[in-house]
Ligand binder design. Structure first.
Ligand SMILES: Cc1ncc(C[n+]2csc(CCOP(=O)(O)OP(=O)(O)O)c2C)c(N)n1
Ligand SMILES: [Mg+2]
Length: 324
């Protein structure tokens, strides 16, 4: 397992990493509450518990880099710098949302921030990230692309094709598989026979690391190495992160009968935020300062989303088809 001491990162970077993870957690917990009170429409998959993966990977990226996300994409979007106000309006299907209220949770995208989109198609982000990586390579730009993929989605044929193309073309891409233990209700012990996806990536000819996805510093170290390799022309890499989700597969439709007894309590006891606070040596004052600001920002995002108008009927067909 890769490790990194907090000493490699400056104090500002450590506080920023905490702010990103705390923003994701606050956003997700609030969305869970809003959904529970019947206020939110649509299909929503929450990311809480996996924050250190999004924050650690995106922390290694710079402006101009791209990410392609999954159906569980809020954390990736926030970590890549998307505006939580626009995201919340999108979840509510309102004007001013990231996709002007026409995409919802599973289509949040912001090209200016390098967020190529959440994706309702399992493993859909992998070929997209190969595409943006190929573009960068052809244009001679030093941009890196990252594809986030779930453990279940890693069984898709398009994922294997993406790994192959990436090595054949030596693309500046990093594949990040998030093994959260389940594909919907099916455990990885069944659908992967308990095997690590990293072994498959190695078989395609790229270096593959396995890290504890609740450890920001471990994820960040692996991401720094993979991103540096891609940016300097070394080709693709693969990182497998193990971190469970706190909530069900999808809001409103999951009784979670497939979980072991006490499983969620154990996951919450390994909370990446608590772990990071200790590892980074953050004080109660540091943490409280961030928490207050983040909670206030989420409160504003929800209030503004609720107050925002629905998109105009005349906009129904705008942005639906794009001509190049
Ligand atoms: C191509 C495709 N097949 C099936 C589905 C239905 N589906 C939605 S989520 C999901 C499970 C995904 O599991 P995983 O990749 O582990 O991601 P997680 O939900 O655990 O984040 C499936 C099969 C889909 N969205 N796309
Ligand atoms: Mg999964």
């Amino acid at each position: 397992m890769a490790t990194e001491s907090a000493g490699t990162l400056g104090r500002e970077e450590l506080i920023e990493a905490y702010r990103v993870m705390r923003t994701i957690r606050a956003f997700e917990e609030r969305v869970h509450a809003e959904f529970g009170s019947g206020e939110l429409p649509g299909a929503v998959h929450l990311y809480a518990g996996q924050e250190a993966v999004a924050a650690g990977v995106c922390g290694a990226l710079v402006e101009g880099d791209y990410i392609a996300s999954t159906h569980r994409g809020h954390g990736h979007a926030i970590a890549k710098g998307c505006d939580i106000g626009a995201m919340m309006r999108e979840l509510y299907g309102k004007a001013g949302g990231s996709c002007n209220g026409k995409g919802g949770s599973m289509h949040i995208a912001d090209f200016e921030r390098g967020m190529l989109g959440a994706n309702g198609v399992a493993a859909g982000g992998a070929p997209l990230a190969c595409g943006s990586a190929l573009t960068a390579k052809i244009l001679g730009k030093r941009h890196v692309s990252v594809a986030f993929v779930g453990d279940g989605a890693a069984n898709q044929g398009s994922f294997a094709e993406s790994l192959n193309l990436a090595t054949v073309w030596q693309l500046p891409v990093v594949f990040v598989v998030e093994d959260n233990g389940y594909a919907q209700a099916t455990g990885t012990r069944y659908h992967l026979r308990g095997l690590d996806v990293a072994r498959r990536a190695e078989a395609f000819g790229m270096p593959a690391a396995i890290v504890d996805g609740t450890d920001y510093l471990a994820v960040r170290a692996a991401a720094d190495a993979a991103v540096e390799r891609a940016r300097s022309g070394g080709g693709p890499s693969f990182i497998e992160c193990k971190a469970g989700r706190f909530f069900g597969h999808m809001e409103g439709f999951d009784q979670q009968g497939y979980r072991g007894e006490g499983e969620v309590d154990r996951l919450r006891a390994e909370d990446c935020l608590v772990r990071f606070t200790a590892a980074a040596g953050l004080s109660t004052e540091d943490v409280n300062g961030v928490d207050v600001t983040v909670e206030a920002a989420v409160e504003v995002a929800v209030a503004e989303a609720k107050a925002a108008p629905a998109p105009e009927a005349a906009e129904l067909l705008t942005d639906v088809y794009v001509s190049y």
